[in-house]
Design a binder for this molecule. Structure first.
Ligand SMILES: [Zn+2]
Ligand SMILES: [Zn+2]
Length: 299
């Protein structure tokens, strides 16, 4: 499995000279079955999704986009995905099924799954709230190529030759899923936008090491995790819905993951500050990557 970070920033893009080495695009991770193969899975569709086009060598995207949740930094790259917005593209886009009463499928009974008609309607309707006039010139259904929209709920799924396990992760402002992606040999855990303090302070004040997070990360070859904050920032800022880098590293250690990638960097965090965060963990027992746009990792 080859994963490539297409966008590593949280909340809002970070352009400018202080951010060029780690990159300023918002969340998107591309997954391919092997080095040299075209990515067939995209985790989230922040502005980094546009850079996935460059990984495809001029070809159209044929694959699945899994959204962890619908916040702007995970969805607003969608209409700027040129490899997906062309006549020969084939894209399945799945977003978390909303809980009853949260603007879900209402009287349909909320049946989810990419094939469920209620899920298809729900997914297009939700995306269409931000992607439609007067906010944007076109609706999701007007993207070129063959697009299928649907919802995904916690549980085991298959996508593009991968097994995908989805678990609900506490965040803020909308249902959020973490994913565990396996090809039978390697395991990638993707847990971004995670507010573990919402389940209590945990043993170190950084939040609870709860079952869903631990099980997604269990023995993973790589855990990609929210590191919007540092431990010192948690008391003042955790209520905005994010985790500290130190939490990510400890979660990976507790779960037996082999490596952790700190991800979803605060938009104001400069390259120098991210280098300093990398130094905090250098030489520790667990390899810690600070995710940078364009970086690929083979699992
Ligand atoms: Zn985010
Ligand atoms: Zn979010």
């Amino acid at each position: 499995m080859l994963i490539t970070f297409c966008g590593v920033r949280g909340s809002t893009p970070a352009p400018g000279a202080d951010y060029v080495r780690y990159g300023g695009n918002t969340s998107c991770v591309a997954v391919a079955h092997a080095p040299g193969a075209a990515p067939v899975l995209a985790l989230d569709a922040g502005t980094g999704l546009a850079t996935l086009t460059g990984l495809l060598g001029g070809a159209a995207f044929a694959g699945t986009i899994l959204l962890s949740h619908l916040h702007w930094d995970h969805s607003l790259g969608l209409p700027f995905f040129r490899a997906g917005d062309r006549d020969d593209a084939r894209v399945t886009l799945l977003l978390p099924e909303q809980e009853a009463g949260q603007g879900g499928a209402g009287g349909d009974g909320g049946a989810g799954g990419p094939g469920g008609r209620a899920g298809v309607r729900e997914a297009e309707r939700l995306l269409g709230r931000v992607m439609s006039p007067p906010f944007f010139p076109i609706r999701p259904g007007e993207l070129r190529g063959s697009w299928e929209f649907g919802t995904i709920s916690p549980g085991q799924h298959k996508a593009e030759g991968f097994t995908v396990e989805a678990r609900e992760i506490p965040h803020k402002g909308g249902r959020t899923l973490g994913y565990r992606v396996s090809d039978g040999r390697a395991v990638l855990a993707y847990v971004t936008d995670h507010c573990p303090t919402s389940l209590g302070p945990g043993p170190d004040g950084l939040g609870a090491y709860h079952e869903a997070a631990v099980e997604l990360a269990r023995d993973a070859d790589l855990l990609i995790h929210d590191a919007q904050l540092t431990a010192e920032e948690v008391p003042a800022e955790a209520a905005w819905g994010h985790a500290a880098a130190e939490y990510a590293v400890r979660l990976a250690t507790l779960a037996g993951a082999r490596r952790v990638a700190l991800f979803h960097h605060k938009p104001s965090r400069t390259d120098e500050q991210l280098d300093a965060i990398a130094r905090r963990f250098a030489g520790g027992p667990l390899p810690v990557l600070v995710a940078a746009e364009g970086l690929s990792v083979e699992l």
